[in-house]
Design a protein around this ligand. Structure first.
Ligand SMILES: C[C@H](NC(=O)[C@@H](N)CCCCN)C(=O)O
Length: 464
């Protein structure tokens, strides 16, 4: 038997590993959300419609869903390990972001159509689709890395912190995207994203060398035991579990009420609350900023006190209440938006802090990569692909109130742009509906946990 202590037992080393992996999350989440504050500029400067914007943001899930890339990612992760999958994931993100940068910067696509879609919109969408594969692969890889390094330690806290670092990327994207675009060009934020991802790749290479040392300290590879290796037949085992489906349903509905909302929130601030375009991302950026502290806080609470199913239910209630506040047509004062976004931030911290650490309580560790991939697959289909497109279509079809031409200073020059006006009541009511459905799934999850004894209400270390 080996006398060497596993590297994971050293607190500083495991937190260093977590910090290095989180750099990929930071840069990835920045790019994932940086188009949100650009919606009015894409419409005004490049002549996009809301439907085209929804088509582009929904492209995030194309390859993950239609090419099955998420499931491929889960299998690659369980079979080939986290180091290779993480490297490939950041490389996809880098290439996808560079493609979006090019699509928005070049004039060579102007006026052309591909497959009946504006070439620029399709090129940006393809870039975002490739990026979507990368960030999803990276998400499942990072989660599995945390399980590996933090098993028996502060796992929910580490997951919460890793998500919090990602949210910081979202906050920076929302808060600075429009300002960078106005100062440079609408492609500018993607140039920043491409450079940031190169940095994320270097940080991941440092992590990989640490992870190799963990293998050495345990005298084996990250999947040395053949009993621990994933088999394709495991997918059936995962899919036949009712608890898995309830968690997946909750995930898809909860995230349908949050991620697509973030894609439209800066525009909502302009349209409903009269905020200047340049500053439209500031109030929405409070949402991820709030979660940066609260997600690890609730994660730590879950580690110590349990109550995971209750935390998820509370979170679903918070997001429903917040969207209801934003849906009321006569509440048009910006402080209302601040309060609603803060409430949403609490909900957006509660659910993920309990949801992701709950998966290992329902699914065995060797099936985890595939289980996370399957959950993310449904989430991509519904929350990251379907709903963003639906909202853009609803806006163009039912909510258009008029257009006007205005003069605006862009990169130091005065330019004429078109400003489109929308009524956001109907899209906000759709978000309320997703919230209510999430509450229903959270209640069912709580009941299933009582019946099956997954241990979702128990603290870390007290689980079977
Ligand atoms: C951890 C979880 N991640 C996801 O849900 C990813 N599938 C999507 C990431 C999209 C980034 N805007 C989360 O962020 O809560």
């Amino acid at each position: 038997m080996s006398q060497t202590t596993s590297l994971r037992e050293q607190k500083t080393v495991r937190w260093t590993a977590m910090a290095l992996v989180s750099m990929g999350m930071l840069c990835g989440y920045y790019v994932a959300d940086v188009a949100s504050p650009l919606k009015p500029l894409l419409e005004g400067q490049l002549g996009w419609t809301s439907t085209e914007y929804g088509f582009y943001t929904g492209a995030y899930g194309w390859f993950n869903v239609f090419l099955g890339m998420l499931v491929v990612g889960g299998i690659v992760l369980d079979r080939l390990g986290a180091r290779l999958t993480g490297f490939l994931a950041i490389a996809f993100m880098f290439l996808g972001t560079a493609a979006q940068w090019w699509a928005l910067a070049t004039t060579s696509l102007a006026g052309s159509q591909w497959l009946g879609v504006k070439a620029q919109v399709l090129m940006a969408a393809l870039g975002y689709a490739l990026f979507g594969v990368g960030i999803e692969w990276f998400g499942i890889t990072a989660t599995k890395i945390i399980v590996r390094w933090f098993k028996g330690h502060e796992m929910a806290l580490a997951m919460g912190l890793q998500v919090a670092v990602g949210r910081l990327g979202t906050a920076v994207a929302l808060g600075s995207g429009a300002a960078i675009a106005v100062a440079l060009s609408v492609a500018g934020p993607f140039m920043v994203g491409t450079l940031a991802l190169a940095f994320g790749l270097v940080a991941f290479l440092f992590f990989a060398s640490l992870d190799r040392r963990l293998d050495a300290s345990e005298r084996g590879s990250e999947s040395a035991n053949p009993e621990d290796q994933f088999r394709l037949s495991d997918i059936g085992g995962i899919l036949s579990d009712r608890g898995f489906w309830l968690l997946t349903g909750l995930c898809a509905l909860f995230y349908s009420a949050v991620f697509p909302f973030l894609k439209y929130a800066p525009d909502l601030m302009v349209q409903k609350f009269g905020i200047e375009e340049r500053l439209s991302g500031i109030i929405p950026s409070l949402l991820p900023f709030g979660t940066i502290l609260l997600t690890p806080f609730f994660g730590n609470l879950y580690d110590r006190k349990g109550k995971g199913a209750t935390i998820m239910l509370l979170g679903a209630l918070f997001i429903t209440g917040s969207h209801l506040l934003l849906a009321v047509p006569f509440l048009k004062f910006w402080p209302v938006a601040v309060v609603a976004v803060l409430l949403l931030g609490v909900g957006f911290s509660l659910v993920p802090s309990a949801m992701w650490p709950s998966v290992p309580k329902i699914v065995e560790e060797r099936r985890l990569g595939t289980a996370y991939a399957l959950i993310f697959f449904i989430q991509n289909l519904v929350a990251l692909m379907g709903v963003p497109y639906l909202i853009g279509w609803v806006l163009d079809r039912f909510c258009l109130r008029g257009k006007e031409t205005v003069t605006q200073e862009i990169a130091g020059k005065l330019e004429e742009i078109v400003r489109v006006h929308y009524d956001y009541t109907l899209p906000m009511l759709l978000f309320v509906l997703f919230g209510l459905l999430a509450v229903g799934f959270a209640l069912a999850m709580k009941a299933e946990d009582r019946r099956r004894g997954y241990g979702l209400e128990l603290p870390a270390g007290n689980v079977k």
